[in-house]
Design a protein around this ligand. Structure first.
Ligand code: WTA
Length: 700
């Protein structure tokens, strides 16, 4: 891992900073935007200062409707498992639906945009959402026999059945664990096993890139694999993309698989009282990749999480009930949970759900959707912006839509991409917030508050209210504003949106996120427990943070986190492979993509189809998003004398960067052999790469 490394690697040189991170000038919000913004009071920063911590977060919790008010805002007695709003009782489904009915029952809660353009968008009003969620909750309770505290795995794509399912679970206190629809059946199985789910909820099919994808087949693989790993799934609930029609070559298994639309007939007009949940009871699990093999189930709370996403949706996303808000992420990731479903719906917004790929059938599609629905808040990732810029740089101007607000999330955004987003997509009218955060953090950590702070292309911005970051170098020295050096960005204080633990693995939670900079492991004082994000960052003079990327063994591919160890273990399922090492490669569109180096077992001839087998294994074990750019079969891995694979050397080769001194390796000669294999005989590069690549996993 990149952590315990020599100080010569900690931080970029001044020269590099100059090359990679020229400071950009400010861009200011328009008077028109400010006039309508939810948050225009600069006193908010004072209210959320550390002096007013933790009580300041009452302001967010008060955006919600509580059955019982809490007695303790922050309980630190079980540090670092923080408990927020202890004693409070609340229900997330009630807060996202029922409480809006009086004023907004006839208002769009969800606009569903099917990928096929000849299928009209569908509107689900708050009243309709209420009906569907209640009926499905009744089915979950009475047919699937699920109750508060049970976990249920969802493997669902971007159709309205997904939020209906999540909100029905939330109504009953069932902990949902949604697995991104593009993940393979095997990936889904691992999450079923880890969470101990007895029920899997899926859909028969969905549209992607012009094809009706058979999704139910993944459920069969998931259930079978989970069973082999010791977790029996009793029931598979299968929604249908077209109610009443079944589009899958996988026949429903009798007694195990149930077509939701058939079973629902029994629960027509059923109403289910929301369960009054203790604020600190879990709402959902979201699995994410980490530094070791197994994905970890980030456990998010009910009250704290909902308060935090409601507050940040209101003030950072500037969502008003009358806005049409479109976040083009997938609900299978944290962004979709927080900022398609829970945050916007808690504020009675109209949230758009688009089924398909942004460039289907062409790069004008997002802007046609924006025009048709009159979307005024738009939210997406740099990878998508780069793709749309490449595929249709002039498309936005052909359509009559106007955004007041746009978000970027998931990766650093290059200033020139930012400018295209601002000028062309935003037509120079929209403000942009660059929101930096993580699955673990539930909601935003850094971003400008749009009416109060100017934008700076390429910088996420200052911390959002109530978040107090600190950048440490490897020796635990604080790197202050204008230090000109990058370090490990941490958060000094807990906040309500933070995950509570890793499901079933508190030790891993503590060791991954808190051990590194903990001042005293016995302490019950939050000040002793800075949260380690795993990202490298740089703090400019003006208090704006630039996030440089992951400093651990995680690769951010198109804004999605992949653990190198996950890819490597998938490669090792191919019988011919002896060793595997994954490294990130800079990619113009996706940010980073994985390259994989493999060596073959003795006696296996090269020239067999090892490469194809490795790619196939990765697609099967994880999913197509993890597909490597290149698979290189190498004679041996560059190794230290103690036998560790030097991934940093491989990363340098893949990115044509300076390889550095390799003479201390056990097998220095192999480095040149590998270099020639990858780059050909051309001249060796001397430049140093971006921070995340230069520091990539060189001792692990
Ligand atoms: C990266 C996604 C730069 C970062 C919400 C983080 C970003 C990881 C930004 C979390 C941003 C996210 N600028 N980098 N605005 N947002 N990241 O868990 O490396 O899928 O640690 O959560 O994405 O990815 P995750």
């Amino acid at each position: 891992m990149a952590k315990g490394k020599s100080s010569e690697d900690s931080g970029l040189s001044e020269a590099q900073i100059a090359v990679h991170w020229k400071e950009e000038g400010y861009v200011y919000p328009s008077a028109q935007f400010i006039a309508q913004a939810n948050m225009t009071d600069p006193a908010i920063f004072e209210r959320f200062s550390l002096d007013n911590f933790p009580e300041c977060f009452k302001e967010y919790a008060d955006l919600l409707s509580w059955y019982d008010y809490w007695h303790t805002t922050l309980d630190t007695s079980d540090a670092p498992c923080w408990k927020w709003f202890v004693g409070g009782k609340i229900n997330a489904s009630y807060n996202c639906i029922d409480r809006h009915l009086k004023k907004h029952k006839n208002k769009a809660a969800i606009h569903f945009v099917p990928e096929p353009e000849d299928e009209a968008p569908a509107v689900i009003t708050y009243q309709e959402l209420y009906v569907r969620v209640n009926e499905f909750a009744a089915l979950l309770r009475d047919f699937a026999k699920l109750k508060k505290g049970d976990r249920v795995t969802l493997h669902m794509p971007m159709t309205p059945e997904l939020p209906v399912t999540m909100l029905a679970c939330a109504r009953l206190g069932i902990i949902h664990s949604e697995v991104f629809g593009g993940f393979s059946g095997q990936s889904c199985a691992d999450r079923i096993v880890d969470s101990g789910s007895h029920v899997l909820i899926t859909i028969d099919s969905y549209y992607r890139n012009g094809k009706l994808i058979d999704h139910k087949v993944n459920a069969d693989i998931a259930v079978k694999t989970a069973q082999e790993k010791g977790q029996k799934v009793d029931k598979v609930l299968v929604w249908q993309r077209y109610p009443g029609q079944y589009h899958s070559k996988s026949e429903p298994v009798k007694g195990r698989d149930f077509i939701v639309n058939d079973v629902l007939k029994k629960y027509r007009d059923a109403r289910v009282e929301p369960v009054k949940m203790p604020a600190e009871d879990p709402l959902f699990l979201m699995y994410t990749s980490g530094t070791t093999g197994k994905p970890k189930g980030c456990q998010h709370s009910t009250g704290g999480y909902l308060a935090y996403v409601a507050g940040t949706s209101k003030y950072v996303q500037d969502i008003h009930p009358e806005d049409v808000y479109w976040c083009m992420a997938d609900i299978g990731w944290i962004t979709g949970h927080s900022y398609i479903v829970y945050g916007p719906l808690a504020l009675a917004a109209s949230s758009v759900i688009y089924e398909g790929v942004p460039t289907y059938p062409d790069a004008g599609r997002p802007w046609r959707i924006a025009e048709r629905l009159d979307v005024n808040i738009f939210h997406t990732a740099p990878t998508t912006i780069r793709m749309l810029r490449k595929a249709g740089p002039d498309e936005p101007q052909k359509y009559n839509y106007h955004f007041k607000h746009m978000t970027t999330v998931g990766e650093p955004i290059e200033p020139e991409v930012w400018r295209w987003y601002h000028k062309v997509v935003g037509k120079g009218e929209a403000i942009i917030v660059d929101t930096w955060w993580q699955t673990e953090t539930g909601g935003f950590l850094c971003s400008t508050l749009p009416a109060l702070q100017p934008m700076k292309p390429g910088s996420a911005g200052p911390a959002v209210p109530g978040i107090h970051p600190v950048i440490y170098d490897d020796e635990r020295k604080e790197l202050g504003a204008g230090a000109g050096k990058a370090g490990n960005i941490c958060i000094r204080n807990p906040w309500p949106g933070a995950f509570q633990t890793i499901w079933g693995d508190r030790d891993r939670y503590v060791s991954t996120y808190y051990a590194r900079y903990c001042k005293n492991k016995k302490s019950k004082d939050w000040r002793d427990w800075p949260y380690l994000t795993g990202d490298g960052a740089l703090l400019a003079e003006d208090g704006y943070y630039r996030i440089l990327g992951r400093l651990d063994d995680v690769i951010n591919v198109a804004g999605h986190r992949l653990g190198t160890k996950e890819l490597e273990s998938a490669a090792l399922t191919v019988p011919e492979i002896a060793e595997a090492a994954v490294v990130p490669v800079v990619d113009d569109l996706k940010g980073r993509v994985p390259d994989i180096y493999v060596s073959l077992k003795p006696g296996v001839k090269s020239g067999n189809d090892a490469q194809a087998k490795v790619t196939k294994a990765i697609e099967q074990e994880i999913g197509k998003i993890a597909r490597p750019k290149n698979v290189y079969v190498v004679p041996d891995m560059p190794k230290t004398r103690s036998g560790k694979i030097m991934r940093r050397v491989l990363a340098a080769i893949s990115n044509t960067l300076d390889i550095g001194d390799v003479m201390t390796l056990a097998n220095p000669d192999v480095v040149e052999e590998i270099r020639v294999l990858v780059q050909g005989k051309k001249k060796v590069a001397t430049k140093k790469g971006p921070e995340d690549i230069a520091r990539f996993g060189d001792d692990g």
